[in-house]
Design a protein around this ligand. Sequence first.
Ligand code: FAD
Length: 206
Amino acid sequence: MSRCLTERSIDHVVLERGDVAHTWRTERWDSLRLLTPNWQSRLPGFGYTGDDPDGYRTMPEVIDFFACYAKTISAPVQTRTTVTSVRHNGEGFLIRTDAGEWRCRTVVLASGACNVACVPAFVNRLPNSIANITAQNYRNPGQLAEGGVLVVGASASGTQIAYEIQRSGRQVILSVGEHIRAPRMYRGKDLEWWMDVAGILDQRFD
Ligand SMILES: Cc1cc2nc3c(=O)[nH]c(=O)nc-3n(C[C@H](O)[C@H](O)[C@H](O)COP(=O)(O)OP(=O)(O)OC[C@H]3O[C@@H](n4cnc5c(N)ncnc54)[C@H](O)[C@@H]3O)c2cc1C
């Protein structure tokens, strides 16, 4: 968004509560690799130029990618600034942050869609002897108490985490709902490649 606004000479600022790529720095486990191949991570005017287009980025590589992009486009990011309220204010908006106020005519909300873990209410009824943790707070098996582990949810996060914990020598049970796993590769090509060329990724939500 910042790059597109700059292209149109629209004065703007990007307010960020942490550092650039904050969610990738703070809400992902250590060994996570992107599900999407390198060639697929594209930002306006900035794609993958390395020698492994079909590889999958590690978290440090993802963070580098975003940090490098912000620098390359000279994005006017004000880090360590948490927006605490947005109020309509006559012609524009009054933005309150923990580092002062801003006034602007337009606000772009890009605060993310996966920042609040969805935890079933019954978790409060679990006995105290059962520790529970969300994928957002999980980092590595070393962080877990002794004993077996139940991983609830068998999509990309659940299966990766279950596999890693099992390899650490613990007994793991993976609780599977209705999610259907697609094959990673088909006829030598990544699933994402097929979805791209078949136009599935271009389908609008409506
Ligand atoms: C475990 C996991 C694995 C994933 N793997 C992939 C993958 O392989 N490939 C892929 O393409 N996508 C993947 N995704 C999805 C990807 O993370 C999101 O689609 C993407 O991060 C969305 O980008 P965004 O900029 O909209 O939101 P975010 O990346 O969430 O960025 C929002 C930013 O807003 C900031 N912010 C939030 N609230 C405030 C506030 N009040 N004040 C100031 N700043 C604020 C946050 O700190 C953050 O930096 C994955 C997601 C998860 C959770």
